[in-house]
Design a protein around this ligand. Structure first.
Ligand code: ZN
Length: 107
């Protein structure tokens, strides 16, 4: 299939997808805040003032996995998660376009 057969919209979606794949981080998962106790005796969390900690959660091989995300990594991880979501949306839209072409028996 020749590239120029795609609509302008589809070409934009494909080039955005390629841009993320080539140059950006992407990560499948969900960021969630958990209030936790660190376990150190004498820490304020032992008296009930819990630490708000960021975790990355993902399902992998049928199991739920989670990873603590340090504050200084938050922005990087958040961006990677957003990029993944954007890519999934683009792939879904491109797949819909191909579905329609097939349905209409277009080349
Ligand atoms: Zn603590």
């Amino acid at each position: 299939m020749h590239r120029s057969q795609f609509s302008a919209r589809e070409r934009r979606q494909r080039s955005r997808l390629a841009q993320v794949v080539h140059a950006a981080r992407f990560l499948r998962g969900t960021l969630t805040v958990r209030n936790v106790r660190c376990g150190k005796p004498g820490c304020h969390c032992a008296r009930g003032e819990l630490h708000a900690c960021l975790y990355l959660v993902r399902r992998h091989g049928g199991k739920l996995r989670q990873m603590f995300v340090p504050r200084q990594w938050e922005e990087r991880v958040r961006q990677a998660v957003e990029n993944q979501q954007e890519m999934e949306k683009l792939i879904e839209e491109l797949s819909d376009g191909e579905w329609k072409r097939l349905q209409e028996r277009k080349e």
